[in-house]
Every structure is written in structure tokens, then in C-alpha cells.
Design a binder for this molecule. Structure first.
Ligand SMILES: Cc1ncc(COP(=O)(O)O)c(C=O)c1O
Length: 454
């Protein structure tokens, strides 16, 4: 069949044959993947990097771009799984790291940099009474949940369907449909029994808090999977009211949204202060790192004290080899100092809005009105017509759509790397990058349509 034309151009034949093009033009990635399968289960080091017949292997990145080992350049919408709000290798971050490296990467001691980093968190995040650094977002939600259970003396955590909070035992509950099957095996059933999973519905929350056994409600404040199932602001206000009325802690998991949606995260943007907040990603400027921050009286469970029985039995023990390591601290400080100026967000949000509008216009040609959605600098794409036509659109359903891997490859052969379906913008992206991405999306839709899978 002849390649259809989009509004802007004729669809290149390699896009129409994206599966073959992808497989035949990346011999370096293919070779490395074959090697990797002898090292890592399924050859990958993060589930989201799994792609058949093989994922791309990158060896260089700068600004909005990264390059694979076969020399292809990609406009990058993964931006370090959301960590690189400033883009790859921002000069201030690189300078800070280069200056720190000869001074040591780990002191095994307290240092001034961790104080400056923590003070920036306190300055920017409204709920940040006290701060505790950890090594990842998963560690952050793990510690937040433990703090809530210890502070309230209760075990139950309310979590919402589809919301992702890392991969520790409690948070394997209800990540993807079917929600009664945890995202991992190997999790004790008595741990899962402490999780009360709900759809994002205030009436259901009210009922769930009724028995009085709930320690905390944890929520991704833009909605499940960084807003793929969006939440209304009124829902967050409702959560704040219901939890406050019942002495239940409210945890905002701002691992993605913290510093990305606004300098003060979603809580800063919407004026809602949770009791505890989890942070990672942008926090550490692209290096590993996370934090829990929140109310002084709750965070004080981590303090040492002289009272009998406190240090063994009262407090929460918290070691962690890489907590607040100097490299993450300097990268985090460099990044947050730029974030604090407040100029990044209007820029990245505008680009995301343009990208959503352009993709929606392309989708409309195939009856996929509303296929691009999201808030702030985050973009989600769905090819699921049934979802789009359903009452409320994609917002109440999380779909596992096999076409997304196809879309991803059809975009990769055009030099665009999406995060699942969609992605995030950075300060390094330009209007031209967005235009190229919209054109690539239109071409990809044409290819999928010609294949009969749209
Ligand atoms: C909302 C949210 N919470 C927690 C995590 C876990 O963070 P990490 O991958 O650093 O363990 C993620 C990771 O993407 C996330 O999106």
C-alpha cells in the first residue's frame, strides 16, 4: 500500500516498515542485547527498558538528545525517568560535579553540602518541616509509610488503584490491572493485607477511614503514573480535609512531580500541604537520591533521644550508605537553585501544551481526539479509542495496550524516544524538537493505521 500523506509530509517508507527498519539499523544495540541476556534476566536493568526484539543502547547524551551506539540521535522524552528537568548534562550540574569529584565522593561523615541541599528543599517544598535524604524514590515511600505507621500506631495504608510508589513490598498492591494481583510475586500476604486499595473516589475514602485503623493515605498528586489517570484538584483538597478530620496522615508522593510541576511541587502549585512528602528524581539533579520531608512532629520519630526505651523501640532506625552523598548533593543544589528561580516551569509547561495540541491534531485524523493529555510538563498518549470514547476519557482506566511498544518503535526510527506512551519536557527541549515530534507522531499513526492496528 502506498504511504499515506500527513498534513506536513509524505510518510517515509522506513517508518511504514518501522519493525524491520528498527531491527536492521541497530546492529550495535542488537549485539549488546545478546550479551546482556547472559548477564541480566531478560537483558535489562529496569523493567521499562524491556523492548523486543532488543532495546536501544545509548552511550552519549546532551541537552534534549541522546545517541545510541549505532549513531542514531533521539529527542529524549524519558529525561532520566523524569529526573532531568534541566535536560542532560546541564552546564551548572556538570560544573558542580566536576568541582566536587576531586574533593571526594563519599565522606562517611556529615558535610555542609547536605545542609545546603536540605535547606533548599525546606525553602521550596511547603510541607518540609524536616528533611531526611535516602537513595531513591522507592526508599522514600518506604520510609514515609514506616513513619506514618510508627506515628499513628496503625498499620493500614490507603492507596489508589494504578498509583505507583516504587517497588517495596507494600507498594506492589494495585499498580496495574487486575488490581487484586500485586505487581510482584514474593510479597507476604500479611503485608498486602495492610493495604486498603481504592479507586480515586472521596466517598470510598471516607468509608475506608471509618474503621479508624488507617495510618496514612498515599497519593500521586497528579494521578496514577504521573497523571495517566488524572485527578481533579478538588479530590486532593477533599483528601486533605478527610485525613485531617480523622487524624490520618496524608502523604503526597512527589517523586516525579516535586520540583517538576512547580518549584514547590503540586502542593506548592495547588496550595495543599500534606503531612509527609516523598521526593527523588529532580531533587538530585539527575544523580541518585531521594528524600522524605514533612511535619516536624512526625519526622522527629527519626531523632535520637535520652528517654528510656526511645532509641530501641521508639524511634525509626535510618542508616543508608548513600544517603545525601556529596555528588548527589552538589548536583541537587545546582539543579534546585535553577528551579527556585521559577523560570523553568512556564517554559516546559508551554512546550508540553504545544506537544499535546499537535499530537491531538494528528490523532484527530484517525478518530483519536484527546489522545494526548496530561498536565504541567507531562504528556500522555493513548491509542485506545474505546477509552477515549468512554465516559470521562482515559482518566478512570489504566490500559495495557500492546500498540504502545509499536508506537515506541515507530517513533524511535524517527529519532524520538518516548517514555512508555508520552514523556516529559525539559529546559533543553525546543519548539523545533516539539515540531519534529509532532510530525513523527503523525507518521507513526499513519504507519500503525496502514498496518491495521490503530
Ligand atoms: C510516583 C513515584 N514514586 C516512587 C517512584 C520510585 O522511585 P525510584 O525509581 O527512584 O525508586 C517512582 C518512580 O518512577 C514514581 O514515579
Amino acid at each position: 500500500m502506498a504511504a499515506p500523506t500527513t498534513a506536513s509530509s509524505t510518510v517515509p517508507s522506513e517508518v511504514m516498515d518501522y519493525e524491520r527498519t528498527y531491527a536492521e539499523t541497530r546492529p550495535g544495540s542488537q549485539r549488546l542485547y545478546e550479551e546482556a541476556t547472559g548477564v541480566f534476566p531478560s537483558g535489562v536493568t529496569h523493567d521499562n527498558r524491556y523492548l523486543q526484539p532488543f532495546p536501544v543502547y545509548c552511550n552519549r547524551a546532551a541537552g534534549a538528545y541522546k545517541w545510541d551506539v549505532d549513531g542514531h540521535r533521539y529527542i529524549d522524552y524519558l529525561v532520566g525517568h523524569g529526573a532531568l528537568l534541566l535536560g542532560h548534562s546541564h552546564p551548572d550540574v556538570v560544573r558542580a560535579l566536576a568541582e566536587q569529584l576531586p574533593r571526594g565522593t563519599h565522606y562517611g561523615a556529615s558535610h555542609e553540602l547536605e545542609i545546603r541541599w536540605g535547606q533548599l528543599v525546606q525553602r521550596l517544598i511547603p510541607s518540609a518541616g524536616r528533611v531526611k535524604f535516602v537513595a531513591s524514590g522507592t526508599e522514600a515511600t518506604h520510609l514515609a509509610v514506616r513513619l506514618a505507621r510508627s506515628f499513628t500506631g496503625k498499620d493500614v495504608i490507603v492507596k489508589f488503584e494504578g498509583h505507583f510508589h516504587g517497588w517495596h513490598d507494600s507498594m506492589t498492591a494495585a499498580v496495574e490491572p487486575p488490581y487484586d494481583v500485586p505487581s510482584s510475586s514474593g510479597v507476604p500476604s500479611n503485608v498486602l493485607a495492610t493495604m486498603r486499595v481504592l479507586p480515586a473516589d472521596l466517598e470510598r475514602v471516607q468509608q475506608a477511614l471509618e474503621p479508624g485503623d488507617v495510618a496514612a493515605v498515599i497519593v500521586e498528586p497528579t494521578g496514577a503514573s504521573w497523571g495517566s489517570m488524572p485527578l481533579e484538584q478538588s479530590f486532593l483538597h477533599g483528601l486533605r480535609r478527610l485525613t485531617q478530620e480523622r487524624g490520618v496522615l496524608l502523604i503526597f508522593d512527589e517523586v516525579i512531580t516535586g520540583f517538576r510541576c512547580a518549584p514547590g511541587g503540586v502542593q506548592g502549585a495547588f496550595g495543599i500541604t500534606p503531612d509527609l512528602t516523598t521526593l527523588a528524581k529532580v531533587l538530585a539533579g539527575g544523580l541518585p537520591g531521594g528524600a522524605v520531608t514533612g511535619r516536624v512532629d512526625v519526622m522527629d520519630i527519626l531523632r535520637f533521644g535520652d528517654e528510656p526505651g526511645w532509641n530501641r523501640g521508639g524511634r525509626i532506625a535510618h542508616p543508608g550508605t548513600f544517603n545525601a552523598n556529596p555528588l548527589s548533593a552538589v548536583a541537587g543544589i545546582a539543579c534546585l537553585e535553577i528551579v527556585a528561580k521559577g523560570e523553568v516551569h512556564p517554559y516546559v509547561n508551554r512546550l508540553a501544551e504545544r506537544l499535546r495540541a499537535g499530537c491531538n491534531a494528528a490523532g484527530a485524523r484517525y478518530g483519536l481526539q484527546g489522545c494526548a493529555y496530561g498536565t504541567f510538563s507531562m504528556v500522555h498518549l493513548t491509542l485506545d479509542r474505546t477509552l477515549l470514547q468512554a465516559q470521562g476519557g482515559p482518566r478512570y482506566v489504566k490500559s495495557k495496550d500492546g500498540r504502545i511498544a509499536k508506537l515506541r518503535k515507530a517513533m524511535l526510527v524517527q529519532g524520538v524516544d518516548l517514555m512508555g506512551a508520552g514523556g516529559m519536557l525539559s529546559l533543553a527541549h525546543t519548539d523545533e524538537d516539539v515540531d519534529l515530534t509532532i510530525e513523527a507522531f503523525a507518521n507513526a499513526l499513519a504507519a500503525l493505521d496502514a498496518e491495521g492496528v490503530l
